[in-house]
Design a protein around this ligand. Structure first.
Ligand SMILES: N[C@@H](CCC(=O)N[C@@H](CS)C(=O)NCC(=O)O)C(=O)O
Length: 210
């Protein structure tokens, strides 16, 4: 059975973007099904696929896998040759910590600067708590790049699940025109050059034009 990834609006659904990038990294053959969010029938349509009524959900021969972190782990286990996590134990421990922190944290950044890929405008003022999140993200990125990034432009050199998890943050920093330290600015550019992200981004812009 082929995999199917159910996603939301590409311009706004940051969790869907994370899962879609993870699928791309895995090299899996996977059909994409888009469900428009925040429509009167969205919840009913989502519940046809996802027990939580949320996206992303990966429909597999083993049943639905919901929540971006579970999808990432399922793909890493099922496609080991794709090496979705870094191979080095210390790097992998840090990578998992970063994904978990993204998944459960950065609430101020997420609520004050929601993902809107089509946006290109600064906020009048970035609230202090969101700024603290941004500083934390920049310091995590600098740490990964310095310790494990020598073999490429991504956080752990080559692209891994961590980049899938932080790509929507990079997108927020660019679309809200946040001034960044050099390492973070270079990493945002890396994400914007990543073919898998570029494809999603272009589709998002098409979606909001309609
Ligand atoms: N923790 C979940 C979050 C999923 C989530 O909040 N998805 C949003 C879209 S980005 C959603 O489905 N919203 C629709 C709704 O709540 O009705 C994950 O990591 O996948």
């Amino acid at each position: 059975m082929a995999l199917q990834l159910v996603v939301g609006d590409k311009n706004y659904s940051s969790w869907s973007l994370r899962a879609a990038l993870a699928v791309e990294l895995s090299g899996a053959v996977c059909e994409e099904l888009r469900v428009r969010l925040y429509q009167p029938d969205s919840r009913a349509r989502l519940l046809n696929h996802s027990p939580t009524g949320k996206v992303p959900v990966l429909v597999t021969e083993h049943g639905p896998v919901w929540d971006s972190l579970a999808i990432a782990e399922y793909l890493a286990e099922r496609f080991p040759e794709a090496q979705l996590w870094p191979q080095d134990v210390a790097a992998r421990a840090l990578a998992r910590s970063l994904c978990a922190e993204m998944h459960s944290g950065f609430g101020a950044l997420r609520s004050h600067l929601p993902m809107d890929l089509a946006r290109d405008q600064a906020l009048a003022e970035v609230p202090t708590d969101a700024m603290a999140d941004i500083e934390r993200v920049c310091s995590l990125w600098a740490d990964c790049r310095a310790r494990f990034g020598a073999e490429g432009e991504f956080l752990f050199g080559r692209a891994t699940l961590v980049d899938a998890f932080y790509a929507p943050v990079a997108a927020r920093l660019r679309s809200y025109r946040v001034a960044l330290p050099l390492v973070a600015a270079a990493y945002v550019e890396t994400i914007y050059q990543w073919p898998a992200f570029v494809r999603w981004h272009e589709a998002a812009l098409q979606e909001v034009k309609r």
